[in-house]
Design a protein around this ligand. Structure first.
Ligand code: BTN
Length: 258
């Protein structure tokens, strides 16, 4: 079935997330649509059946085939310091795990994996002026009913369908995702990341693993031992304990191909 706001609404129990929806048959990137419509209501969602220029982190592309996945962006207007905005990625990651189930885990900070393969990616972008947040766009891509991936990513990508053998109603999954997102996001706004960090850590497959960290422009290897209350990864290296932000770490051994 196609993405249909009436179907989504039947299962939605949020106050504001997903209460205004913009749905596209095709667009370049739902994150772009959200940014372009940044005067829309807090919690508005932008969803496409396919993206022609889906974007991932580190300037990578995000494959968004027609009709088989969830390519969705949430527009948010939080009253929080810009420095804490990257924590919304962790909030979204937990929400995805809660919505998807079927053994999904978080590869810190923003990949959702099952059985060593990537199921979902999250790209959070922000507009801020004078140390104040204008808006945040949290883009979430989930491979739902994808049966086959292009050769370049086939050994490290998976879908809910490939993992469970089931075909999913994307409208129900979207509603569930938005319900979980609002639940986690409200906790975050009310009491900070620390209110959900214990649950995040339970889902975090990075903990206890060996990781490579680019630290002071050198690559060091260490063991990921914790995630702090502000979302930093704590790594024990031979030179001592360091706390790293996203972008500084590449995790070994989680995707099947490494
Ligand atoms: C990553 O893992 O690199 C992040 C991928 C984020 C993909 C989603 S799909 C919806 C939204 N629109 C985009 O162009 N990207 C995000």
């Amino acid at each position: 079935m196609k993405i249909d706001i009436n179907e989504i609404s039947k299962h939605l129990n949020t106050d504001f997330i997903g209460r205004h929806a913009y749905i596209y048959e095709e667009t370049d990137s739902t994150n772009n649509r959200a940014k372009q419509n940044s005067t829309a209501q807090d919690g508005s969602i932008f969803i496409a059946e396919t993206q022609t220029d889906g974007r991932g982190s580190h300037e990578r592309c995000w494959a968004s085939p027609k009709g088989s996945g969830i390519w969705l962006s949430v527009l948010l207007k939080p009253n929080i310091p810009p420095i804490t905005v990257s924590q919304i990625t962790l909030v979204a990651g937990l929400a995805v795990c809660r919505a998807v189930g079927i053994g999904s885990m978080i590869k810190w900070p923003n990949d959702i994996v099952i059985n060593g393969k990537k199921l979902c990616g999250i790209l959070t972008e922000m507009s801020a002026v004078n140390n104040s947040v204008n808006h945040v766009v949290c883009g979430i891509g989930i491979n739902v009913n994808t049966a086959e991936f292009d050769e370049e990513i086939a050994n490290r990508a998976t879908s809910m369908h490939l993992e469970s053998g089931l075909i999913y109603d994307r409208n129900k999954i979207i509603a569930k995702l938005l319900n979980e997102f609002e639940y986690c996001y409200k906790k975050f706004l009310d009491g900070g990341l620390e209110t959900i960090i214990d649950e995040y850590k339970k889902h975090c497959i990075t903990l206890g693993r060996e990781v490579n960290v680019i630290y002071n422009s050198k690559t060091v290897t260490g063991n990921a031992v914790d995630v702090t209350n502000n979302g930093l990864l704590v790594v024990k290296t031979t030179d001592g304990i360091i706390e790293v932000t996203s972008g500084e770490v590449s995790v070994r051994g989680i995707y099947g191909y490494v």
